[in-house]
Design a protein around this ligand. Sequence first.
Ligand SMILES: *Cc1c(COP(=O)(O)O)cnc(C)c1O
Length: 377
Amino acid sequence: MTAERTSLEASAWPPLREELRGIAPYGAPQLDVPVQLNVNENPYGPSAEVVADIAASVAEAAVDLNRYPDREFTDLRTALADYLNTDGGLGLTADQLWAANGSNEVMLQLLQAFGGPGRTALSFAPTYSMYPEYARDAMTNWVVGRRETDFSLDLDAARELIREHRPHVVLLPSPNNPTGTALPPEAVSMLCEAAATDDHSGIVVVDEAYGEFRRAGTPSALELLPQHRNLVVSRTMSKAFALAGARLGYFAASPEICNAVRVVRLPYHLSAVTQATALAALRHAPELLGRVDDLRRERDETVGWLREQGLRVAETDANFALFGTFEDRHAVWQGLLDRGVLIRETGPDGWLRVSIGTPGEMTTFKNALTEVMKAGS
Ligand SMILES: *Cc1c(COP(=O)(O)O)cnc(C)c1O
Protein backbone atom coordinates (compact mmCIF):
# COMPACT_ATOMS: atom_id res chain seq x y z
CA MET A 1 0.00 0.00 0.00
CA THR A 2 2.79 2.39 0.97
CA ALA A 3 4.86 1.31 -2.01
CA GLU A 4 1.93 1.81 -4.32
CA ARG A 5 1.28 5.31 -3.05
CA THR A 6 4.95 6.23 -3.38
CA SER A 7 5.11 5.12 -6.99
CA LEU A 8 1.89 6.93 -7.82
CA GLU A 9 3.15 10.14 -6.30
CA ALA A 10 6.55 9.80 -7.92
CA SER A 11 4.96 9.53 -11.34
CA ALA A 12 3.00 12.73 -10.90
CA TRP A 13 5.01 15.81 -11.71
CA PRO A 14 4.47 18.55 -10.75
CA PRO A 15 2.87 17.35 -7.49
CA LEU A 16 -0.48 18.97 -8.17
CA ARG A 17 -3.64 18.43 -6.16
CA GLU A 18 -5.18 15.22 -7.49
CA GLU A 19 -8.32 16.92 -8.80
CA LEU A 20 -6.33 19.50 -10.79
CA ARG A 21 -4.30 16.99 -12.80
CA GLY A 22 -4.80 17.09 -16.53
CA ILE A 23 -7.11 20.13 -16.40
CA ALA A 24 -6.55 22.83 -19.01
CA PRO A 25 -6.54 26.43 -17.74
CA TYR A 26 -9.40 28.79 -18.69
CA GLY A 27 -8.94 29.89 -22.21
CA ALA A 28 -11.29 31.59 -24.53
CA PRO A 29 -9.01 31.70 -27.58
CA GLN A 30 -7.21 35.06 -27.83
CA LEU A 31 -6.75 35.09 -31.59
CA ASP A 32 -5.58 38.03 -33.66
CA VAL A 33 -8.70 38.42 -35.77
CA PRO A 34 -10.17 41.65 -37.22
CA VAL A 35 -13.61 41.24 -35.61
CA GLN A 36 -13.53 39.92 -32.04
CA LEU A 37 -16.97 39.14 -30.71
CA ASN A 38 -16.13 36.31 -28.35
CA VAL A 39 -15.65 37.52 -24.77
CA ASN A 40 -18.40 40.13 -24.36
CA GLU A 41 -16.00 43.04 -24.19
CA ASN A 42 -17.22 46.54 -24.83
CA PRO A 43 -16.03 47.41 -28.36
CA TYR A 44 -15.68 51.11 -27.51
CA GLY A 45 -12.42 52.13 -25.86
CA PRO A 46 -12.24 55.11 -23.51
CA SER A 47 -12.06 58.59 -25.05
CA ALA A 48 -8.82 60.61 -25.05
CA GLU A 49 -10.20 62.63 -22.15
CA VAL A 50 -10.84 59.54 -20.01
CA VAL A 51 -7.45 58.12 -20.93
CA ALA A 52 -5.81 61.40 -19.86
CA ASP A 53 -7.66 61.45 -16.53
CA ILE A 54 -6.76 57.82 -15.80
CA ALA A 55 -3.11 58.52 -16.70
CA ALA A 56 -2.99 61.61 -14.46
CA SER A 57 -4.60 59.72 -11.57
CA VAL A 58 -2.18 56.84 -11.92
CA ALA A 59 0.74 59.31 -12.05
CA GLU A 60 -0.47 60.85 -8.80
CA ALA A 61 -0.74 57.41 -7.18
CA ALA A 62 2.72 56.53 -8.47
CA VAL A 63 4.31 59.16 -6.23
CA ASP A 64 3.42 56.99 -3.22
CA LEU A 65 4.06 53.56 -4.70
CA ASN A 66 6.72 52.90 -2.06
CA ARG A 67 3.78 52.59 0.37
CA TYR A 68 1.13 49.88 0.49
CA PRO A 69 -2.25 51.00 -0.81
CA ASP A 70 -5.32 51.78 1.32
CA ARG A 71 -6.24 48.26 2.39
CA GLU A 72 -9.89 49.16 2.84
CA PHE A 73 -10.08 51.22 -0.41
CA THR A 74 -12.61 53.48 1.28
CA ASP A 75 -12.75 56.14 -1.44
CA LEU A 76 -13.40 53.51 -4.07
CA ARG A 77 -16.10 51.80 -2.00
CA THR A 78 -17.81 55.15 -1.54
CA ALA A 79 -17.63 55.92 -5.25
CA LEU A 80 -19.00 52.46 -6.14
CA ALA A 81 -21.90 52.88 -3.70
CA ASP A 82 -22.70 56.29 -5.20
CA TYR A 83 -22.65 54.80 -8.67
CA LEU A 84 -24.90 51.86 -7.78
CA ASN A 85 -27.38 54.25 -6.18
CA THR A 86 -27.91 55.65 -9.68
CA ASP A 87 -28.71 52.20 -11.09
CA GLY A 88 -31.01 50.32 -8.74
CA GLY A 89 -29.19 50.67 -5.41
CA LEU A 90 -31.29 52.05 -2.56
CA GLY A 91 -29.15 54.20 -0.28
CA LEU A 92 -26.11 51.92 -0.41
CA THR A 93 -23.14 53.03 1.71
CA ALA A 94 -19.41 52.22 1.57
CA ASP A 95 -19.68 49.49 4.23
CA GLN A 96 -22.06 47.60 1.93
CA LEU A 97 -19.53 47.52 -0.91
CA TRP A 98 -16.63 45.23 -1.60
CA ALA A 99 -14.25 45.05 -4.58
CA ALA A 100 -11.46 42.90 -5.95
CA ASN A 101 -9.46 42.29 -9.12
CA GLY A 102 -12.40 41.46 -11.36
CA SER A 103 -15.63 39.85 -10.26
CA ASN A 104 -13.84 36.55 -10.81
CA GLU A 105 -11.79 37.32 -7.70
CA VAL A 106 -14.88 38.54 -5.88
CA MET A 107 -16.59 35.18 -6.50
CA LEU A 108 -13.55 33.23 -5.38
CA GLN A 109 -13.39 35.28 -2.16
CA LEU A 110 -17.10 34.64 -1.52
CA LEU A 111 -16.54 30.91 -1.95
CA GLN A 112 -13.46 30.99 0.27
CA ALA A 113 -15.47 32.74 2.97
CA PHE A 114 -18.83 30.97 2.66
CA GLY A 115 -17.99 27.72 0.86
CA GLY A 116 -15.11 25.38 1.62
CA PRO A 117 -14.70 21.70 2.46
CA GLY A 118 -17.96 20.02 3.40
CA ARG A 119 -19.95 22.92 2.01
CA THR A 120 -21.87 23.21 -1.25
CA ALA A 121 -22.29 25.80 -3.99
CA LEU A 122 -25.21 25.51 -6.39
CA SER A 123 -26.19 26.97 -9.75
CA PHE A 124 -28.45 26.21 -12.68
CA ALA A 125 -27.04 25.30 -16.10
CA PRO A 126 -26.38 26.54 -18.63
CA THR A 127 -24.44 29.01 -16.53
CA TYR A 128 -21.08 30.77 -16.36
CA SER A 129 -18.37 28.21 -17.08
CA MET A 130 -16.05 29.64 -14.42
CA TYR A 131 -18.31 28.91 -11.42
CA PRO A 132 -17.44 25.21 -11.11
CA GLU A 133 -13.77 26.18 -11.33
CA TYR A 134 -14.05 28.66 -8.45
CA ALA A 135 -15.90 26.00 -6.44
CA ARG A 136 -13.14 23.50 -7.14
CA ASP A 137 -10.43 26.01 -6.21
CA ALA A 138 -12.23 26.76 -2.94
CA MET A 139 -12.72 23.01 -2.34
CA THR A 140 -16.47 23.42 -2.35
CA ASN A 141 -18.93 20.78 -3.59
CA TRP A 142 -20.59 21.81 -6.82
CA VAL A 143 -24.22 21.03 -7.54
CA VAL A 144 -25.90 22.15 -10.71
CA GLY A 145 -29.59 22.10 -11.60
CA ARG A 146 -31.07 22.69 -15.05
CA ARG A 147 -32.79 25.65 -16.55
CA GLU A 148 -35.93 25.22 -18.67
CA THR A 149 -35.63 24.94 -22.46
CA ASP A 150 -36.23 28.71 -22.72
CA PHE A 151 -33.41 29.12 -20.13
CA SER A 152 -35.72 30.46 -17.44
CA LEU A 153 -35.81 28.98 -13.95
CA ASP A 154 -38.57 26.62 -12.78
CA LEU A 155 -39.04 28.10 -9.30
CA ASP A 156 -40.61 25.01 -7.76
CA ALA A 157 -37.84 22.78 -9.03
CA ALA A 158 -35.23 25.32 -7.89
CA ARG A 159 -36.73 25.47 -4.40
CA GLU A 160 -36.76 21.68 -4.25
CA LEU A 161 -33.11 21.42 -5.30
CA ILE A 162 -32.09 23.95 -2.65
CA ARG A 163 -34.09 22.08 -0.01
CA GLU A 164 -32.36 18.86 -1.00
CA HIS A 165 -28.76 20.13 -1.10
CA ARG A 166 -28.84 22.99 1.43
CA PRO A 167 -26.18 25.00 -0.41
CA HIS A 168 -24.10 27.59 1.42
CA VAL A 169 -23.70 29.60 -1.75
CA VAL A 170 -26.17 29.89 -4.64
CA LEU A 171 -24.54 31.51 -7.66
CA LEU A 172 -26.61 32.87 -10.51
CA PRO A 173 -25.77 35.35 -13.23
CA SER A 174 -28.56 37.75 -14.17
CA PRO A 175 -28.53 38.39 -17.09
CA ASN A 176 -27.24 34.85 -17.41
CA ASN A 177 -24.08 34.02 -19.34
CA PRO A 178 -24.21 32.43 -21.93
CA THR A 179 -27.97 32.75 -22.48
CA GLY A 180 -28.70 36.44 -21.69
CA THR A 181 -31.69 35.53 -19.49
CA ALA A 182 -32.51 37.92 -16.62
CA LEU A 183 -33.95 36.62 -13.34
CA PRO A 184 -37.25 38.21 -12.33
CA PRO A 185 -37.30 39.70 -8.80
CA GLU A 186 -39.73 36.99 -7.58
CA ALA A 187 -37.11 34.39 -8.49
CA VAL A 188 -34.36 36.22 -6.59
CA SER A 189 -36.58 36.60 -3.52
CA MET A 190 -37.63 32.97 -3.65
CA LEU A 191 -33.99 31.83 -3.87
CA CYS A 192 -33.01 34.05 -0.93
CA GLU A 193 -35.84 32.65 1.18
CA ALA A 194 -35.17 29.05 0.17
CA ALA A 195 -31.45 29.41 0.93
CA ALA A 196 -32.03 30.61 4.49
CA THR A 197 -34.25 28.44 6.67
CA ASP A 198 -34.50 28.06 10.44
CA ASP A 199 -31.64 25.59 10.62
CA HIS A 200 -29.53 26.58 7.60
CA SER A 201 -28.14 29.81 6.17
CA GLY A 202 -26.85 30.13 2.66
CA ILE A 203 -26.08 33.25 0.66
CA VAL A 204 -27.41 34.00 -2.83
CA VAL A 205 -25.03 35.71 -5.22
CA VAL A 206 -26.70 37.36 -8.21
CA ASP A 207 -23.92 38.08 -10.67
CA GLU A 208 -24.98 41.20 -12.57
CA ALA A 209 -21.85 41.42 -14.72
CA TYR A 210 -24.18 42.49 -17.55
CA GLY A 211 -26.66 44.38 -15.35
CA GLU A 212 -26.28 47.71 -17.15
CA PHE A 213 -27.35 46.15 -20.45
CA ARG A 214 -30.74 44.98 -19.14
CA ARG A 215 -33.77 46.09 -21.14
CA ALA A 216 -36.03 48.88 -19.92
CA GLY A 217 -38.41 47.43 -17.36
CA THR A 218 -36.05 44.67 -16.20
CA PRO A 219 -35.24 45.50 -12.56
CA SER A 220 -31.86 45.00 -10.88
CA ALA A 221 -31.55 42.66 -7.89
CA LEU A 222 -29.96 45.64 -6.11
CA GLU A 223 -33.50 46.78 -5.33
CA LEU A 224 -34.03 43.67 -3.21
CA LEU A 225 -31.00 44.15 -0.94
CA PRO A 226 -33.01 45.85 1.85
CA GLN A 227 -35.30 42.80 2.03
CA HIS A 228 -32.74 39.98 2.09
CA ARG A 229 -29.68 40.06 4.29
CA ASN A 230 -28.30 36.94 2.55
CA LEU A 231 -28.37 38.53 -0.91
CA VAL A 232 -25.15 39.57 -2.67
CA VAL A 233 -25.30 41.45 -5.98
CA SER A 234 -22.06 41.58 -7.92
CA ARG A 235 -21.11 43.85 -10.79
CA THR A 236 -17.98 44.46 -12.82
CA MET A 237 -16.32 47.33 -14.63
CA SER A 238 -15.23 44.89 -17.36
CA LYS A 239 -18.33 45.02 -19.54
CA ALA A 240 -20.55 48.12 -19.52
CA PHE A 241 -17.71 50.34 -18.21
CA ALA A 242 -15.37 49.20 -20.99
CA LEU A 243 -12.61 48.55 -18.45
CA ALA A 244 -11.87 44.83 -18.78
CA GLY A 245 -8.14 45.54 -18.83
CA ALA A 246 -8.18 47.26 -15.44
CA ARG A 247 -9.63 44.26 -13.54
CA LEU A 248 -12.20 45.67 -11.15
CA GLY A 249 -15.20 43.71 -9.92
CA TYR A 250 -17.33 44.46 -6.88
CA PHE A 251 -20.45 43.55 -4.95
CA ALA A 252 -23.09 45.11 -2.74
CA ALA A 253 -24.38 43.20 0.27
CA SER A 254 -24.96 43.58 3.99
CA PRO A 255 -22.01 45.01 5.98
CA GLU A 256 -21.68 41.61 7.73
CA ILE A 257 -21.02 39.86 4.44
CA CYS A 258 -18.50 42.53 3.35
CA ASN A 259 -16.74 42.15 6.67
CA ALA A 260 -16.59 38.38 6.37
CA VAL A 261 -14.84 38.63 3.00
CA ARG A 262 -12.16 40.86 4.54
CA VAL A 263 -10.97 37.79 6.44
CA VAL A 264 -10.02 35.87 3.29
CA ARG A 265 -8.77 38.63 1.00
CA LEU A 266 -5.03 38.83 0.51
CA PRO A 267 -3.43 41.84 2.19
CA TYR A 268 -3.57 44.93 -0.03
CA HIS A 269 -5.21 42.95 -2.83
CA LEU A 270 -6.29 46.08 -4.71
CA SER A 271 -3.23 47.96 -5.89
CA ALA A 272 -3.03 51.74 -5.63
CA VAL A 273 -2.87 51.79 -9.44
CA THR A 274 -6.09 49.79 -9.72
CA GLN A 275 -7.85 52.00 -7.17
CA ALA A 276 -6.76 55.19 -8.93
CA THR A 277 -7.82 53.81 -12.32
CA ALA A 278 -11.25 52.71 -11.12
CA LEU A 279 -11.88 55.99 -9.29
CA ALA A 280 -10.96 57.97 -12.42
CA ALA A 281 -13.23 55.79 -14.56
CA LEU A 282 -16.12 56.23 -12.13
CA ARG A 283 -15.77 60.01 -12.42
CA HIS A 284 -16.52 59.50 -16.12
CA ALA A 285 -19.35 57.03 -15.62
CA PRO A 286 -21.86 58.94 -17.77
CA GLU A 287 -19.47 58.97 -20.72
CA LEU A 288 -18.27 55.38 -20.34
CA LEU A 289 -21.83 54.15 -19.95
CA GLY A 290 -23.07 56.36 -22.77
CA ARG A 291 -22.28 53.64 -25.26
CA VAL A 292 -24.42 51.12 -23.38
CA ASP A 293 -27.57 52.48 -25.00
CA ASP A 294 -25.99 52.13 -28.45
CA LEU A 295 -25.01 48.55 -27.64
CA ARG A 296 -28.50 47.71 -26.36
CA ARG A 297 -29.99 49.03 -29.59
CA GLU A 298 -27.47 47.11 -31.65
CA ARG A 299 -28.27 43.98 -29.63
CA ASP A 300 -32.02 44.22 -30.21
CA GLU A 301 -31.32 44.86 -33.89
CA THR A 302 -29.03 41.82 -34.09
CA VAL A 303 -31.59 39.59 -32.35
CA GLY A 304 -34.23 40.72 -34.84
CA TRP A 305 -31.94 40.05 -37.78
CA LEU A 306 -30.96 36.58 -36.56
CA ARG A 307 -34.63 35.68 -36.14
CA GLU A 308 -35.33 36.91 -39.67
CA GLN A 309 -32.77 34.37 -40.85
CA GLY A 310 -34.95 31.66 -39.33
CA LEU A 311 -32.65 31.13 -36.35
CA ARG A 312 -33.62 30.70 -32.71
CA VAL A 313 -32.31 33.40 -30.39
CA ALA A 314 -32.56 33.34 -26.60
CA GLU A 315 -34.23 36.39 -25.04
CA THR A 316 -31.31 38.59 -24.00
CA ASP A 317 -30.76 41.40 -21.50
CA ALA A 318 -26.98 41.29 -21.99
CA ASN A 319 -24.47 42.55 -24.58
CA PHE A 320 -24.49 39.24 -26.43
CA ALA A 321 -26.93 36.88 -28.06
CA LEU A 322 -27.11 33.09 -27.96
CA PHE A 323 -28.37 31.77 -31.27
CA GLY A 324 -28.77 28.52 -33.17
CA THR A 325 -29.38 25.83 -33.46
CA PHE A 326 -26.86 24.28 -35.81
CA GLU A 327 -26.29 20.63 -36.50
CA ASP A 328 -22.56 21.34 -36.63
CA ARG A 329 -21.95 24.50 -34.66
CA HIS A 330 -18.20 24.07 -34.83
CA ALA A 331 -18.35 24.28 -38.63
CA VAL A 332 -20.31 27.54 -38.39
CA TRP A 333 -17.88 28.93 -35.81
CA GLN A 334 -14.94 27.94 -38.06
CA GLY A 335 -16.62 29.38 -41.15
CA LEU A 336 -16.99 32.72 -39.38
CA LEU A 337 -13.39 32.59 -38.18
CA ASP A 338 -12.23 31.92 -41.75
CA ARG A 339 -13.99 35.18 -42.65
CA GLY A 340 -12.24 37.12 -39.85
CA VAL A 341 -15.03 36.98 -37.26
CA LEU A 342 -14.36 35.35 -33.90
CA ILE A 343 -17.41 34.38 -31.82
CA ARG A 344 -17.80 31.84 -29.00
CA GLU A 345 -18.62 28.19 -29.22
CA THR A 346 -20.40 27.88 -25.90
CA GLY A 347 -23.77 27.05 -24.38
CA PRO A 348 -25.87 23.95 -25.01
CA ASP A 349 -25.17 21.80 -28.06
CA GLY A 350 -25.96 23.52 -31.32
CA TRP A 351 -25.87 27.10 -29.99
CA LEU A 352 -23.32 29.86 -30.54
CA ARG A 353 -22.82 33.14 -28.71
CA VAL A 354 -21.97 36.44 -30.35
CA SER A 355 -20.96 39.55 -28.40
CA ILE A 356 -22.38 42.84 -29.61
CA GLY A 357 -19.77 45.01 -31.33
CA THR A 358 -19.85 48.25 -33.28
CA PRO A 359 -22.36 48.60 -36.16
CA GLY A 360 -19.49 47.96 -38.61
CA GLU A 361 -18.44 44.80 -36.79
CA MET A 362 -22.02 43.54 -36.70
CA THR A 363 -22.38 44.11 -40.44
CA THR A 364 -19.25 42.03 -41.03
CA PHE A 365 -20.65 39.35 -38.73
CA LYS A 366 -24.00 39.27 -40.53
CA ASN A 367 -22.41 39.11 -43.96
CA ALA A 368 -20.10 36.33 -42.86
CA LEU A 369 -22.92 34.34 -41.25
CA THR A 370 -25.07 34.71 -44.37
CA GLU A 371 -22.23 33.28 -46.46
CA VAL A 372 -21.57 30.45 -44.04
CA MET A 373 -25.24 29.46 -43.90
CA LYS A 374 -25.51 29.56 -47.68
CA ALA A 375 -22.42 27.44 -48.10
CA GLY A 376 -23.78 24.90 -45.64
CA SER A 377 -27.24 24.50 -47.22
C1 LIG B 1 -17.57 38.61 -17.87
C2 LIG B 1 -18.22 38.04 -16.66
C3 LIG B 1 -17.79 38.43 -15.40
C4 LIG B 1 -16.72 39.49 -15.26
O1 LIG B 1 -15.54 39.04 -14.86
P1 LIG B 1 -14.41 40.07 -14.46
O2 LIG B 1 -13.52 39.22 -13.64
O3 LIG B 1 -15.06 41.14 -13.65
O4 LIG B 1 -13.81 40.58 -15.71
C5 LIG B 1 -18.43 37.93 -14.29
N1 LIG B 1 -19.46 37.09 -14.41
C6 LIG B 1 -19.91 36.70 -15.60
C7 LIG B 1 -21.10 35.80 -15.69
C8 LIG B 1 -19.30 37.15 -16.76
O5 LIG B 1 -19.73 36.75 -17.95
